[in-house]
Design a protein around this ligand. Structure first.
Ligand SMILES: C[S@@+](CC[C@H](N)C(=O)[O-])C[C@H]1O[C@@H](n2cnc3c(N)ncnc32)[C@H](O)[C@@H]1O
Length: 326
């Protein structure tokens, strides 16, 4: 069986790990599943007898997952689609009923699962497979990556607030498809820029979008990312959502991670939604904190004097949610 989008919190007890391949590109979920003995990949390979697609929220990404599964199955095979109402499972069910034979529809709480019997090839509409989208001049994105339609307004506000000269060694924590990194590289002073990103699809886009030789790419969890040598700058637009709910703990974890990466004289620049309370975490981790500017939606914060003792991974949480963090 091929399972596309199963996360660390997905109940996989009915499946025998010896007969399952899981496609999961979000690093913390990928690693957690691997640690439990699963065969986990970022892209499916080979042929399968059946598949389960776990629906993401973005419609284009849901279609891309269905197309990825269909490409690995023979006509007559079963493709199960599992999703929450909030992920649009009802709309997907309706759409699939118009394309193929659908049965075994089961509803539980706020979700549904149903089976699609694969027709002969050619049944899926054109354009369902993941395709490049030109999100900025010379920069591509893929369905489901953060801010796939174009540069994020918060990142634009942060880029506009950066000082002309930047430190020599910088980390972009949660670098997405690389737009902010590309802006950082335009500033004088930068000798090395590390892009750290958990979403493999976003990082693949960044590799294509930011081809500067000063750049290093890291598919990693920002919360425990470490470099052999500290850097003197961190720039970040941290994720603020876990699934649907705003979760300031995530941003606070990024702040602790940033402090752990910086020299004492190094500086952090970050953007946050105005309503998110990051100042306390910043004061715990840095000696000097100030607001550089912003507007009614965002605030640009800067901090220096990292207190290494306060930095580090936040308290261990339960299993990661399967919702991606933004
Ligand atoms: C608000 S977005 C900013 C993206 C990018 N810097 C930009 O300006 O468009 C936050 C990014 O953090 C990534 N992310 C979420 N959790 C992460 C984690 N634990 N480690 C590394 N990256 C993570 C998300 O995939 C997303 O690309």
């Amino acid at each position: 069986m091929l399972l596309i989008g199963a996360g660390a919190a997905t109940d996989l007890s009915p499946f025998d790990p010896a007969h399952v391949q899981i496609v999961q590109g979000f690093y913390p979920d990928h690693q957690a599943l691997k640690a439990r003995g699963h065969d986990v990949v970022t892209e499916a390979s080979g042929a399968f007898d059946g598949a389960v697609v776990f629906l993401p929220r973005a419609r284009a990404e849901a279609r891309a997952r269905i197309a990825e599964a269909a490409a690995r199955l023979a006509p007559g095979a079963s493709l199960w689609i599992d999703g929450q109402k909030t992920d649009g499972v009802d709309a997907v069910l309706k759409e699939m009923r118009g394309l193929a034979a659908v049965d075994e529809v089961q509803s539980r709480a706020h979700g549904k699962i149903f089976r699609v019997t694969l027709p002969e090839p050619g049944w899926l509409p054109e354009g369902w497979a993941a395709q490049d989208h030109l999100a900025a001049p010379g920069m591509v994105t893929r369905p489901g990556v953060f801010s796939a339609d174009g540069p994020d307004p918060a990142s634009q506000a942060l880029a506009a607030a950066l000082p002309e000269k930047l430190p020599t060694r910088i980390v972009d924590l949660g670098a997405g498809w690389g737009w902010l990194s590309a802006q950082i590289l335009k500033h004088p002073g930068v000798e090395m820029l590390h892009l750290v990103e958990a979403d493999a699809a976003a990082l693949d886009c960044a590799r294509r979008n930011v081809t500067d030789p000063r750049v290093r790419f890291h598919w990693a969890d920002a919360l425990d990312f470490r470099l052999p040598e500290p850097v003197n700058g961190v720039v970040m637009n941290p994720p603020f959502h876990e699934g649907r709910a705003a979760d300031p703990k995530l941003g606070a974890g990024f702040i602790r991670a940033a402090a752990g990466l910086l020299t004492g004289a190094g500086r952090l620049w970050m953007v946050a939604n105005r309503h998110l309370p990051y100042e306390q975490a910043l004061r715990e981790c840095f000696a000097e904190v100030s607001e550089l500017g912003g507007d009614s939606r965002f605030k640009i914060l800067t901090a220096s004097g990292a207190r290494r003792a306060a930095a580090g991974r936040p308290q261990a949480k339960g299993p990661q949610s399967r919702g991606r963090r933004r």
